[in-house]
Design a binder for this molecule. Structure first.
Ligand SMILES: Cc1ncc(COP(=O)(O)O)c(C=O)c1O
Length: 386
């Protein structure tokens, strides 16, 4: 058997290594000129008026909620089909996460379900662009703004995605991106908060670094001053210039890499749509662009003699890594005990979760790798038809 095909792998090359070395040689290794440049370049790329570089998407979401003074008694509506940190940030601020089911069309927060969960204490809608496929952000913005709510987008998967020709990052009141190791654009760990609201980003900037009125760049450079004030009990979520240097190189590769991801997804969908036991990953609506961070294949379990767990084992036997996105929030002990959430209340999410397998889909895959995944999936289905 050929070597194990990892589920995901970052596209890091000599250019990133050189960019990091340059920062290390420069003597300025924490937040400084590279971080500022990365913020500007990312704002330009997304079309957002402002951007704040951070150390994670989690930080971006928590800071956005903090700026909006979300706290005890407030409710934030989000999707159950997301990474746990989307809900953790709400809990960290003392507010209550409220789940609304997803749509079977895009696996994202269903605007009708969200509308049904809005109550007088609801302050924010927090949709996710799962897998890089844009959610129905237009409908969600309309719903939110009609009720005086804010929209914070969890775009951890969605740098490069577009809605009706506009980049994700320039749509909602605020958008959180992740640059974690496996994301479409990586800085190892990292994130970005974008918004058109300059006051909001200025507040976020204060929150992200201890609540200080000046960052190190403003204090230690020739034009700087040692004086600073502390305006609020802020966090420690700044991005370093080492990370930003990687991010700048990665941003230059992003369009090419999203195109390669799209090509892989096209091959998968062309193959899997011929197999009646499979549901290929959903495509973007006309006019939108999928960022193809993940390829979420679904199994029609009633047509197979094996369950999802065995399917994984069969893939592993053939040297192919896979994953599941995500274990829904209502299945975790903490959230069940604290908020009494039950799978029966989220039938669409539960059906997706039970049948989903994320397949390798990343720019470093060769065409032979893609063909190997397609052949393996086909072979497993063939051997286990009901
Ligand atoms: C949907 C989603 N939201 C948020 C996050 C958190 O991102 P970060 O690790 O940058 O905090 C992730 C990370 O994988 C994610 O997949």
């Amino acid at each position: 058997m050929s070597s194990f095909l990892l589920f995901d792998r970052p596209d890091i090359g000599e250019e990133e290594i050189e960019a990091v070395a340059e920062v290390l040689r420069s003597g300025w290794i924490t937040t400084g000129p590279k971080t500022k440049e990365f913020e500007q370049r990312l704002a330009e790329y997304t079309g957002a008026k402002h951007a704040l570089a951070l150390n994670s998407a989690t930080a971006a979401m928590q800071i956005a909620l903090a700026v909006w003074k979300i706290g005890p008694g407030d409710e934030v509506i989000t999707s159950p089909l997301t990474f746990c940190s989307t809900a953790h940030v709400i809990v960290h601020l003392g507010a209550t996460p409220v789940l609304a089911d997803v749509s079977p069309d895009d696996y994202n927060l269903d605007p009708d379900c969200a509308a049904g969960r809005i109550k007088p204490r609801t302050r924010v809608l927090l949709p996710v662009h799962l897998a890089g496929l844009p959610c129905r952000i237009g409908a969600l913005l309309q719903l939110a703004h009609a009720g005086g709510l804010k929209v914070l987008e969890d775009a951890a998967h969605a740098i490069g995605a577009q809605v009706e020709g506009r980049q994700v990052g320039s749509l909602g009141d605020a958008t959180a991106f992740s640059f974690y190791a496996t994301k479409n654009l990586t800085t190892g760990e990292g994130g970005m908060l974008t918004s058109d609201d300059g006051d909001f980003i200025e507040q976020a900037r204060i929150w992200h670094l201890h609540g200080m009125s000046r960052d190190a760049w403003q204090r230690y450079t020739a034009e700087g001053s040692w004086r600073y004030d502390v305006l609020l009990p802020g966090y420690k979520n700044n991005m370093t210039d080492i990370q930003a240097a990687i991010g700048l190189v990665q941003l230059g590769k992003l369009e090419r890499n999203v195109a390669r991801r799209a090509e892989i997804a096209r091959h998968y969908t062309a193959a899997f749509s011929q197999i009646p036991e499979l549901i290929p990953a959903p495509a973007a609506r006309g006019g939108d662009r999928h960022a193809h961070h993940l390829y979420m294949l679904r199994l029609k379990l009633e047509r197979l003699r094996i369950d999802r767990g065995r399917f994984f084992q069969e893939l592993a036997k053939r040297g192919i890594g896979a994953s599941v996105h995500f274990i829904p929030l209502y299945r975790f002990t903490y959230y069940q005990q604290r908020f009494h959430w039950h799978p029966e209340d989220f039938p669409v999410t539960e059906a997706i979760f039970r049948s989903a397998i994320s397949l390798p889909c990343y720019p470093r895959m060769s065409q032979a790798d893609v063909d190997r995944v397609i052949a393996a999936v086909g072979e497993i289905v063939e051997a286990h038809r009901a």
